[in-house]
Ligand binder design. Structure first.
Ligand SMILES: O=C(O)CCC(=O)C(=O)O
Ligand SMILES: [Fe+2]
Length: 234
């Protein structure tokens, strides 16, 4: 793995996608844990008005907080920690691992940025790993606008559908997708199957823990901690 090259690519484009990083057997073990958990926990924890207005349909789970030790294997992977340090510099830290689960035929996620972009030094880095293939047949592909992490706030809905050249990423089982929290991104609707991704979120030195509390959608700024629409943008 050429860490310098990958890190340059990440800085330029705001994302990097790497296939075949994690073994089939590890991904199967993760996926089984995920399916077991959501077999009995597939209720939404977001309130209905958020789901409606954000057009976002995912249910989170924090497996390491539930004592699922196997989820430390990816977090401690030396290739992942080296690449992370190359991108974020010394003093970066992990926030948590979060599985995001979508039920069959659900909406995916509307265009958004995970955090605001006022201070360029502070952002979250999503380190997403995929325990299943995601493609046109499953739905749920990720769409990004390359380099948009340098373009400030995602345009409001009023500016229309086209906000740049869309790149569709169809992650394979065992792959890693690094996404800058300021990049404009969305998740396409899910077809007749469930969808899961596992995100090892981390941040550069001195970034506040609650960096992703305010999410930027094209139609609003939403604060998760008190479930408030801070700004209506449409
Ligand atoms: O689940 C994914 O593939 C990406 C979800 C997302 O928007 C994120 O991790 O910030
Ligand atoms: Fe996101």
């Amino acid at each position: 793995m050429n860490f310098d090259q990958l890190s340059k690519k990440f800085n330029k484009n705001g994302y990097v996608y790497i296939e075949n990083l994690f073994s089939e057997s590890l991904m199967d073990a993760y996926h089984e844990k995920i399916l077991n958990h959501f077999a009995s926990n597939s209720k939404h924890i977001h309130d209905e008005s958020f789901l409606d207005k954000s057009d976002t349909d995912v249910i989170p789970w924090f497996p390491q907080l539930d004592g699922e030790k196997i989820f430390s294997i990816v977090e401690d992977d030396i290739r992942l920690t080296n690449l992370t340090e190359n991108i974020l510099g010394k003093g970066w830290r992990s926030l948590y691992s979060m599985v995001m689960f979508s039920s069959r035929s659900s909406n995916g996620q509307a265009w958004h940025q995970d955090c605001t972009s006022e201070d360029k030094c502070f952002f979250n880095l999503n380190r997403l790993i995929y325990t299943m293939d995601i493609n046109a047949s499953t739905g749920g592909e990720i769409v990004v606008i390359a380099s948009s992490h340098k373009r400030g706030m995602i345009p409001p809905s009023a500016l229309g559908k086209n906000i740049g050249d869309e790149i569709v990423i169809s992650p394979k089982k065992g792959s890693l997708l690094l996404l800058h929290g300021n990049i404009w991104h969305k998740v396409l609707p899910i077809n007749n199957n469930i969808r899961a991704s596992t995100n090892y979120r981390c941040v550069p030195k001195n970034t506040p823990d609650d960096i992703t509390d305010i999410c930027v959608y094209r139609n609003m700024l939403y604060r998760f901690s008190d479930k408030r629409v801070l700004v209506n943008r449409d």
